[in-house]
Design a protein around this ligand. Structure first.
Ligand SMILES: Cc1ncc(COP(=O)(O)O)c(C=O)c1O
Length: 408
């Protein structure tokens, strides 16, 4: 018998006994929603009216000319309300929370995009909202923290462990165990115990389903390759979902950080540094040492430095259904600069990994080949990080003047 929530040897639900009824309820509400065409319809209507879907598929004429290889298209998830694909998942889970009659949502966030999306959903649906965020991410993503608080959420900085995403997830689970009668944990990516990987991927599949139809409308044919960045894996699974039965190569790009030979990266599938293990309620590839202790991860982008990865992607990696690459921080900044200058588009640092991976390969393809890059989010939130990296003198003067005003 096929075990519930397994993808090959990965996935599952390793839960404290106290959470089992809560998960059973979630599985049952998701299973009935999934098989109810009315629910999918309600979800798609909500995303059209509230989030601006369908997001466009933009032909990148200047990048195409620059690389003189494959035709480059960009799927514009940055144009969702709140600026990232995270909206697809939170609005879907919000509808399920209403069905379950719960009144409070909690979430973890790394880059802050999921936190902002969740706080927005909570405000719209009238739920209380608490967001857990590693203290280090609170520091580097202050603008998103500001917005979450203005939207009415309580942001709790997590000071345990390495003070990043995995620590925020642990804290959110602790909260859930105490408050499960009233509270739903809106996990932000396709990780964690069953049914989260499947459920998040199902909501994100709206990306790939749209992209497939759009490229057929524009080009009359399918793309040769599609590229997406991989943190937990939700935007990648969303894009890939449109092309699973097609002869289309699926490429995931992880955070190569300072280089996969340096130890300072978050490349779980594209390096040999990760191994299969069980943590945070599910089995997947984790960056861990020989004693099974989680390693520190590094990426210029807060949204990609998670220590695990979706069990669905781990399985796709093992079966060769998708290919996984990495891009270094330096390559990502170059890709971001080139995209801004040539297309007038500002991708998030996370998304810029997908661009960097695609730019490496586009010139090796012929002019009649087509690729799609998923722009999972917009780059506004990264202005502090990017200005630091570019060492922009006028930005520094602006910050210093602002700081002086606060001291006055
Ligand atoms: C814009 C953006 N892209 C990608 C990611 C990575 O998440 P996932 O791999 O689940 O798509 C994040 C996470 O915060 C994000 O904010």
């Amino acid at each position: 018998m096929k075990h519930r929530g397994y993808y090959g040897g990965f996935g599952g639900a390793f839960l404290p006994e106290i959470l089992i009824p809560t998960f059973d309820e979630l599985v049952s509400v998701f299973e009935s929603a999934k098989t109810d065409p009315g629910f999918r319809n309600q979800y798609e209507t909500l995303m059209a009216q509230y989030s601006g879907r369908p997001t466009p598929l933009t032909f990148a004429a200047n990048l195409t000319r620059h690389f003189d290889g494959a035709k480059i298209y960009i799927k514009r998830e940055d144009l969702n309300h709140t600026g990232a694909h995270k909206a697809n998942n939170v609005m879907g889970q919000g509808l399920l929370v209403k069905k379950m009659g719960k009144t409070r949502v909690i979430a973890e966030t790394g880059a802050g995009q999921h936190g902002v999306a969740c706080a927005t959903m909570a405000a719209k649906f009238g739920f209380d909202c608490t967001i857990y965020m590693g203290e280090k991410d609170v520091m580097r993503q202050r603008p998103n923290v500001f917005w979450m608080e203005q939207l009415g959420a309580t942001v709790v900085p997590v000071t345990d462990g390495t003070k990043i995403l995995k620590d925020a997830i642990n804290q959110a689970f602790r909260d859930w165990v105490t408050n499960m009668d009233t509270t739903h944990y809106v996990l932000g990516t396709a990780c964690g115990p069953h049914p989260f990987p499947e459920m998040v991927a199902w909501f994100q599949s709206i990306i790939g389903i749209e992209a497939r139809q759009q490229i057929l409308d524009l080009e009359g044919r399918l793309p040769d390759r599609v590229y997406a960045c991989v943190g937990g894996g939700s935007n990648a699974l969303g894009l890939f979902a449109g092309f699973l039965d097609d002869p289309v190569e699926l490429v995931g790009v992880e955070a190569g950080g300072k280089g996969i030979d340096t130890g300072f990266h978050a490349a779980r599938l594209s390096s040999t540094d990760a191994g299969a293990g069980i943590a945070q309620g599910y089995k997947t590839y984790f960056l861990q040492d020989d004693d099974g202790q989680m390693k520190e991860t590094h990426s210029i982008s807060a949204g990609l430095d998670y220590v695990g990865v979706s069990p669905i992607l781990a399985h796709m990696h093992e079966t060769g259904t998708a290919r996984f690459e990495s891009a270094t921080d330096a390559e990502v900044v170059d890709a971001l600069k080139l995209t801004m200058r040539s297309e007038g588009i500002i991708p998030a640092l996370e998304s810029a990994h997908a661009f960097a991976g695609a730019f490496r390969e586009a010139p090796t393809l012929s002019r009649d080949q087509i690729i799609i890059i998923n722009q999972s989010g917009r780059g506004d939130k990264d202005i502090f990080t990017v200005a630091d990296v570019l060492n922009d003198p006028e930005w520094k003067t602006f910050i210093q003047t602002k700081a002086a005003q606060y001291h006055a």
